[in-house]
Design a protein around this ligand. Structure first.
Ligand code: AMP
Ligand code: ZN
Length: 458
């Protein structure tokens, strides 16, 4: 069997084949770092972490997830808090990575930051102007949508909708309302870089076009993100990248996750229903949240409620319960492969509901079997399935004994201690203290001694 993925551009599920045999490139639009990630932001992080794990079984994957660390929302946060921009972005990059690690999200291969790629963005904008796809006006550079006959093909919008979408941005210097910003001027207090159009800063869309070309090449295999990014962000990335590269395809597959709502309502600050991962992991184990996020098919909407977490917790209890007390021989464990039907479900456009149902079937079969060798084999295969999806990563006894909600497992604690050590050795004592305080909040006391740092549950 092959891997099948739904491609937004072609509007159907298609057999996946990479451009270069054996190698895959994937780019996921990452966070804008001005506050903590909410549970909706965690959905693409977890879904595409799963896709990355699946691809790595067959291919040499290069997975880039960027950090948007220059943005008007960050500037606004700096004005509101009086804190320097660099302090805000560093703090929330660290928080994002810690929060996602708690959900079992493995680090991407490359985590490019926008502020480190401004030269590439300027080069791309210069080339777009030279090729007739962009124009300068009053210190701004705009993409000339009318110059790109392919514009609109990803989001399948007609021009009236685009104009409506652009309305907030209508500005006198634009030739047409749907033209979007590649570069804009900065005032002296705002972050800015010297450019052929004066001191300024990039628009959001050009960041991703420049970073993906710099790290993954002109044509990438998979471009991923949440559904809300299809228009305008991905439509604009597609326009910039194909025009600057003389029509060479930008992404061979566009994969988008559906939206997460809370109690059937859109998450929003004004409604006060924004659920931050940072808060949730204080009371709920990361694996419970991960399973809850994987329980719906990624392209479907996911409605989140207390019941979602209770249900995920019960499911994990069932899985851990099935393997509890089975002493699996090391050789059996290391040679076990996830069941073929389980892998096939995942390779069929990430059908996690079907794959998880397969895990519960396996747990039921395990509970019914009495033959010790068969029990070992079934348990080892169930754990191998767990390894692939990033679940069942705790010791079953630990799961049940310390299963007070919010308990960190040993690996999570060790990973936080490593991050604290890195913060200390780079002189960032505030970050190191924050990690120690965080651990203390979650019942973990640490002691620094001559032979390193030790921890215990208090
Ligand atoms: P942002 O920082 O707003 O650019 O969002 C980061 C990622 O989270 C993007 O891929 C968004 O599409 C995704 N995202 C934001 N809100 C939700 C949500 N409620 N449900 C699912 N994905 C979301
Ligand atoms: Zn992007």
């Amino acid at each position: 069997m092959s891997i099948y993925l739904h491609d937004t551009l072609r509007g159907e599920k298609i057999e996946f084949e990479p451009l270069k045999a054996g190698e895959v490139t994937m780019y996921l639009c990452g966070p804008t770092v001005y506050n903590y990630a909410h549970i909706g932001n965690a959905r693409p992080a977890v879904i595409f972490d799963l896709l990355a794990r699946l691809l790595r079984r067959r291919y040499k994957l290069t997975f880039a997830r960027n950090i948007t660390d220059v943005d008007d929302k960050i500037n606004q946060a700096s004005i509101e808090t009086g804190k320097p921009i660099g302090e805000i972005t560093e703090r929330f990059i660290k928080a994002y990575n810690e929060d996602m690690a708690a959900l079992g999200v493995l680090p991407p291969d490359i985590e490019p930051r926008a502020t480190q790629h401004v030269d590439e963005m300027i080069e791309m904008i210069v080339a777009l102007i030279e090729k007739g796809y962009a124009y300068e006006a009053e210190g701004h550079v705009l993409f000339d949508v009318a110059a790109d006959p392919g514009y609109g093909k990803l989001s399948k919008r007609d021009i009236r909708e685009m104009i409506a979408g652009a309305r907030v941005e209508v500005a006198p210097y634009k030739k047409a309302p749907q033209d979007f910003v590649l570069w804009k001027p900065s005032t002296p207090e705002l972050p800015g870089w010297e450019s052929p159009w004066g001191r300024g800063r990039p628009g959001w869309h050009i960041e991703c076009s420049a970073m993906s070309a710099a790290h993954l090449g002109r044509t990438i295999d998979i471009h991923a993100g949440g559904q809300d990014l299809v228009f305008p962000h991905h439509e604009n990335e597609l326009a910039q990248s194909t025009c600057v590269h003389d029509g060479e395809p930008f992404a061979r597959f566009w994969v988008h996750n559906g939206f997460l709502s809370i109690d059937s309502t859109k998450m929003s600050k004004s409604l006060g229903n924004v659920l931050l991962v940072h808060d949730l992991i204080k009371t709920t184990r990361g694996e419970v949240i991960r399973l809850a996020l994987l329980s719906a098919h990624y392209r479907q909407p996911l409605d989140w409620s207390d019941e979602t977490l209770d249900d995920a917790h019960r499911k994990l209890d069932r899985l851990y319960g099935a393997v509890r007390g089975i002493d699996i021989d090391d050789a059996v464990r290391s040679s076990a492969r996830p069941p073929a039907t389980f892998v096939e479900a995942l390779e069929d456009d990430l059908n996690t509901p079907r794959a998880l149902a397969g895990m519960f079937d396996r747990a039921r079969a395990l509970n019914k079997t009495e033959d010790p060798a068969e029990r070992q084999k079934l348990a080892a295969e169930l754990l191998a399935a767990g390894d692939l999806v990033g679940l069942m990563q705790s010791d079953p006894e630990e799961w049940f004994s310390g299963s007070d909600e919010g308990d960190l497992d040993a690996a999570e604690i060790e990973s936080l201690l490593t991050q604290r050590e890195q913060a200390r050795s780079s002189g960032d004592y505030a970050a190191a203290d924050e990690i120690r305080d965080n651990l203390a909040d979650r019942g973990i006391t640490i002691e620094d001694g001559s032979s390193g740092t030790r921890w215990r549950r208090s």
